[in-house]
Write a protein that binds this ligand. Sequence first.
Ligand SMILES: [Zn+2]
Length: 388
Amino acid sequence: MQRGTFQQMKSVNKSIILNKIRTSEPISRAQIAKETTLTPPTVSSIVKELIVQGIVRESELGASQGGRKPTMLLIDQTAFYVIGVDAGPESVACILTDLSGEVIERTASKINKPITNEQFIAIMKESIHQVMRSSSVSKDKLIGIGVAMHGVVEVEAGISLIAPNLGLTNIPIKMELEAEFNLIVQVENDARAMALGESWFGGHGELESMVAVNLGRGVGAGVVIKGKLYHGSQDIAGELGHMTIDIHGDVCECGNRGCLQTFATGKAIAGRARKEINGATEMLTGKDVFQHALAGDEAYIKILQETGEMLGVGLTNLIHLINPEKIVLGGGVTKSKKFILPAVKQTIDQRVLTPVAKRTEVAITNLGDDATLLGAVSLLLVDLFDPL
Ligand SMILES: [Zn+2]
């Protein structure tokens, strides 16, 4: 649908009702009025509009509260679709999903470096055209395009300010894609998008606050408060990877010493193993460390346990600062969860100030490799469903 159509579809009251249905479906009109501040006539007239637009449908009758059985309402998950893009640094992946996050089409294109801003934008455009062409979803059923971009993003303007692993700066992603497709485009840092996707699709129920941490090439995180990303005043809230763990530690890519990122990425794990283990080859990768640990090699198991301890220290700091209800870990490093997670939990238990019965839960994501792509999709869904 065109950008203007999307804007017309939105209103605060509509979003309140949509969000209520989404989180409580199946639900009756009377129940919506009861659980929001809207009057029954307002609920009825807005629900009527939403049914005409196709996003809400009526289902079987619910249980009677004494009178006639009420008609229940559901979100029609296939009424609209969203495109999600995971952009860089190695490839541009693209999915087209329905409102429930069910993937209808996907593409992936490798990025050949060096690359210019124009070439990078061209790859994104081509990937999006490709998923649109190969699916039978018509363009007026598309709400918009969400882009999860590595590096520093200026969210409001949708500009990638610094994309370090591509060597690019100031890419006007939102402007370029909106001009090409005439759809709403939202751009966000990839770790933040992943965190939002986790809160939206991760099956955690309604959490007051959560933090999702991506442990991969770098350490990224996003803070989600009441279903919304918290950016901070300069968009760097959640830069957990650059939290100092050891002031005398190794130099990080940011220039500081001993950041969490110098302990908890695949590269950092492999680096420590090469240094500490006799016979470890120069070519050793994080994946190899995991394989050796799986085969029962104690020296490699110890490296992963130490990684868990360092991560536990970082997460304890995070709990003391934000005190989230839940912390969800994702990314390649969590494939070693068998060795890392127990050490993470033990370290937190030893250090954290919160009482035992109320400890922040630490879990591994269920979204797997699509977590960032679904995060890109959720950027648009929040816009449609969230009241404020
Ligand atoms: Zn750093």
